[in-house]
Design a protein around this ligand. Structure first.
Ligand code: BMA
Length: 313
């Protein structure tokens, strides 16, 4: 069978050698197209094991050039400094429709108090305004839908739990700061490729059939965890309604740089860019070490969710 995601022939698209300051990895990048330029905000481990976020730009979405200075490093003052002390990771970019250009950035902030999610805003990818922390500890992987629904922002999130397997939840907010009305909408499926945990991946994008949510799922083996990508379709007017979750994964570690590296057997997405020709560019961190890209036909993703789906919860 032809694979759903076609890898770019010159993967990886970004490696630590492409970065003009010392880093050990480049991975888990949020990506958008802003004024016709692809902006990639990638995570890098520094040589002390803590993470920062760098920026790369591209005209075609494949050939990226890294900016001389990092884009986001842990804050130096105030509440953000306290909770970002150990690093900032896995940033997602939400191109808000309202008041465009208006990008929300959500990222994991690590500190001695645990991991929680911060939200920030930029209009030009030069000036970044941190807004708030939008979770307590034990939350990673938040993506925000680009539209409001009945006057509220909607996000997919992934609280950690020792009781239930780590699942995808939905939450709502009137102001981007206060979130609630949470409920679980996609759970790992037992004895399935995502049975250990699932979590939001790239920012959902709209199709005629619903919102496409490309997520990650994890399976544990005797040789360690395998991170793969899956896809779900959410209702256009109420994204808490899951229309379908593809039974099969759409991407798994296969290339040598996906199978070995800082953490072996990982493909992990934080960004995808839908194109006008009916394809979507998908970006993933490979083995937590390099960035890769590929394309999929949006109709193929929709078809998997509509016609080859598994139960959601
Ligand atoms: C997750 C996160 C991701 C990482 C993945 C694989 O728990 O830490 O940032 O890509 O593990 O190591």
């Amino acid at each position: 069978m032809e694979s759903v995601v076609k890898r770019y022939v010159k993967n990886p698209v970004l490696t630590p050698d492409d970065v003009p300051y010392p880093v050990a990895t480049v991975h888990n990048a949020g990506v958008v197209r802003h004024n016709g330029i692809y902006i990639m905000l990638f995570r890098s481990h520094l040589h002390n094991g803590r993470s920062i976020v760098g920026m790369a730009k591209s005209k075609d979405g494949f050939a990226f050039e890294v900016e001389p200075k990092p884009f986001l490093v842990p804050a130096q003052h105030g509440i953000f400094a306290e909770y970002e002390e150990f690093g900032v990771e896995d940033l997602r970019i939400c191109p808000l429709e309202e008041d465009s250009p208006n990008y929300l950035l959500t990222y994991s902030a690590y500190s001695r108090h645990g991991v929680r999610i911060a939200i920030a805003r930029t209009r030009d990818f030069e000036y970044v305004e941190r807004i708030a922390f939008i979770s307590q500890a034990d939350m990673r992987n938040v993506v925000i839908f680009p539209e409001k629904f009945n006057g509220r922002y909607v996000r997919l999130d992934r609280p950690h739990s020792e009781i239930s397997p780590w699942s995808i939840w939905v939450s709502y907010s009137p102001d981007l700061i206060h979130w609630g009305d949470s409920k679980v909408i996609i759970k790992p499926l037992q004895y399935h490729w995502d049975e250990m945990k699932v979590g939001p991946g790239s920012t959902p994008f709209k199709t005629a059939h619903g919102w496409i949510n490309i997520y990650h799922g994890v399976f544990n083996t005797m040789a360690g965890a395998i991170y793969r990508l899956g896809v779900a379709l959410h209702d256009l007017s109420d994204p808490s309604l899951v229309i379908g979750v593809s039974d099969q994964w759409i991407l798994q570690p296969e290339d040598p740089w996906e199978r070995t590296g800082y953490v072996p057997n990982v493909v992990f997405t934080c960004g995808s860019v839908p194109e006008e020709d009916g394809t979507v560019k998908i970006y993933w961190g490979a083995a937590d070490t390099v960035m890769c890209a590929g394309t999929a036909r949006i109709d193929d993703l929709v078809d998997l969710c509509l016609n080859k789906s598994r139960q959601a919860v």
